[in-house]
Every structure is written in structure tokens, then in C-alpha cells.
Design a protein around this ligand. Structure first.
Ligand code: GLN
Length: 196
């Protein structure tokens, strides 16, 4: 594959920050709002934001089912924070009617690290990513309560799982797109290249 095109689901959330991080990581990013646009990308980022709103808008824009299918058929996807929640097969503390796309055999607890004013930064060591710990920005962040047998745990913080991978799907509780460190986006870009 030449330079892969990585979409960012642009219904809600920190889309712009992910597009800049992808550019800095040396890949082409593209906002994705409609099902047709989903067919033109080699991978997809689900940004941070508010998963309840993202869930509603995905249904409204006719994106929920096409996305579920693409993820199931192997599209590489990376979800940060709210995006991680969208990738959970099951969530704890959902709003009523909140749905996810699924893709990772995991149970995710929303707002597990506390409220907005309890947001924090912490160094997170991800053994698959060389060069020392990454700076984890946690904003009303979820954690992974439990995972199925096929899920690789990539990182923990304070005894809780904060980064996972299952096949072509990557998810972190924190927001690398809000830092100047693009190693996680580079890691995802490599996943997209390997899949292509
Ligand atoms: N707590 C938010 C949610 O439930 C996620 C917060 C974030 O993405 N920073 O969607």
C-alpha cells in the first residue's frame, strides 16, 4: 500500500486534533460522515467526545450499521476515550438507549476515572511502543473492566486496563491526539499498513 488514508469519524468530538495527529504521523487523514465515505478509507479513528451523542448521531446519519459491518469485516479502527466506549461489546453505566458499534470483546465502564474536574495526565507505558511511556491525557475517561480471551491488554494505569487491541482494533482510554507525541497514531498507521 502507498500512503494509507485514515478516516476520522466526524459526527462529534475532537476530529480536528486527530486529523493533525495523523498528518504528523505521516499518513493522510480524512473526515468521514457518510457511509459512502467509509468505503474510501483504509482505516478509521473514532475520536474522543461524548459517546452518547456519537451513538445518536451515528444512527441518525445511517452510519451505525455500515460501521458495525466494516469493523466486523476487518477494517482497522482506533478509538480514543469515547471512541473506546463505541468499540466495546458491552458498556457499564450507559445512558438509556446508548448503543455501541462493538468490535472488541470487552466491558467498558464509562466515566470510570471520575468527572471532568478529576481529569488528569499520567505516563502510560505501552510495551509495544518503543521510546518510553506515552503521556496519557484522561478526560472523564473510561476504563476496561474485563476482556475476552482474544483481547491483548496493551497498558494499565492504577491497576485498570487503559489500552487494548483485538486483531485490527485498537482502543485507549486516553487521548494521544491532545499531546505532541504521535507514537500511538504511528502504531495505528502501521496496523493499517499491515492490514492492507
Ligand atoms: N465520558 C465520555 C463518554 O462517555 C468520554 C469522554 C471523552 O471522550 N473524553 O463518552
Amino acid at each position: 500500500m502507498g500512503t494509507p488514508v485514515i478516516g476520522v469519524l466526524a459526527l462529534q468530538g475532537d476530529v480536528r486534533e486527530h486529523l493533525s495527529a495523523l498528518a504528523a504521523a505521516g499518513v493522510q487523514g480524512a473526515p468521514v460522515r457518510r457511509p459512502e465515505e467509509l468505503d474510501t478509507v483504509d482505516g478509521l479513528v473514532l475520536p474522543g467526545g461524548e459517546s452518547t451523542t456519537m451513538s445518536k448521531l451515528a444512527t441518525l446519519f445511517g452510519m451505525a450499521d455500515p460501521l458495525r459491518e466494516r469493523i466486523r469485516s476487518g477494517l482497522p479502527v482506533y478509538g480514543t476515550c469515547a471512541g473506546m466506549i463505541m468499540l466495546a461489546d458491552k458498556i457499564l453505566d450507559p445512558r438509556s438507549g446508548q448503543e455501541t458499534f462493538g468490535g472488541v470483546e470487552m466491558i467498558v465502564r464509562r466515566n470510570a476515572f471520575g468527572r471532568q474536574n478529576e481529569s488528569f495526565e499520567a505516563a502510560v507505558d505501552i510495551p509495544g511502543i518503543p521510546g518510553g511511556p506515552v503521556e496519557g491525557v484522561f478526560i472523564r475517561a473510561p476504563w476496561v473492566e474485563s476482556v475476552g480471551a482474544g483481547v491483548q491488554i496493551l497498558a494499565e494505569h492504577g491497576g485498570h486496563i487503559v489500552a487494548v487491541r483485538q486483531g485490527n482494533v485498537l482502543a485507549t482510554s486516553f487521548h494521544p491526539e491532545l499531546t505532541g507525541d504521535h507514537r500511538v497514531h504511528r502504531y495505528f498507521a502501521d496496523m493499517v499498513r499491515d492490514a492492507g
